[in-house]
Design a binder for this molecule. Structure first.
Ligand code: PRP
Length: 182
């Protein structure tokens, strides 16, 4: 029985099933790290920009799987509030301090759901003249076609409400080492 899932209950909430195990996630991130490592050169001055809060564990594991010099920064955006549906109102709460100009930038996102977050943020980042701008998403529900699709996707995810490994429901469950449906 995976940690914290005795009787499928956690803090009064019932988790339906584990969708990606800790091992599934670990193995896939190693593959993605290798792909990213072979797509760039040291001279590209790679900058990974993690979209918080959801991507905090993904960024931490992904950067350790990339075998290139790189730097890390974060953006904080939020749209879901305490509900299960995106409000569509993407608020930027913190903006990266690092300059993006002439650098190879990868925006790291935990999940693409309605696509509202990426569709709003990509033009804002493009306006800062990076040499290149790609998206790396751990999960993609494939519900919409984005203005710009992620170059790297960990898993095509089922259309269920997913929690764990950074993903929350009303701020709970982010610490789970696996991804489960609620
Ligand atoms: C969630 C998730 C993604 C985004 C995806 O973030 O972490 O960033 O929504 O949904 P979308 O494709 O419908 O825009 P949220 O706004 O809940 O903030 P969080 O990262 O702090 O959980």
């Amino acid at each position: 029985m995976p940690r914290l899932l005795e009787n499928n209950r956690l803090g009064g909430q019932k988790l339906q099933r584990i969708v990606y195990t800790e091992e599934d996630i670990r193995r896939r991130i190693q593959e993605m790290g290798a792909e990213i490592s072979s797509a760039y050169h040291a001279a590209d001055r790679l900058l990974l920009v993690g979209l918080l809060k959801g991507s905090f564990l993904f960024v931490a594991d992904l950067v350790r799987a990339i075998d290139l010099p790189l730097q890390v920064d974060f953006l904080v955006a939020a749209s879901y509030g305490a509900g299960k549906k995106s409000t569509g109102d993407v608020r930027l709460l913190y903006d990266p301090e690092a300059s993006l100009r002439d650098r190879a930038v990868i925006l790291v996102e935990d999940i693409v759901d309605s696509g509202a977050t990426l569709n709003r943020l990509i033009p804002r980042l493009e306006a800062r003249s990076p040499a290149s701008l790609e998206i790396c998403a751990l999960l993609h529900k494939r519900l919409v076609t984005l203005d710009r699709e992620p170059r790297w996707v960990g898993f095509d995810a089922p259309n269920e409400f997913l929690v764990g490994y950074g993903l929350d429901y009303a701020e709970d469950f982010r610490h789970l080492p696996y991804i489960a449906s609620l």
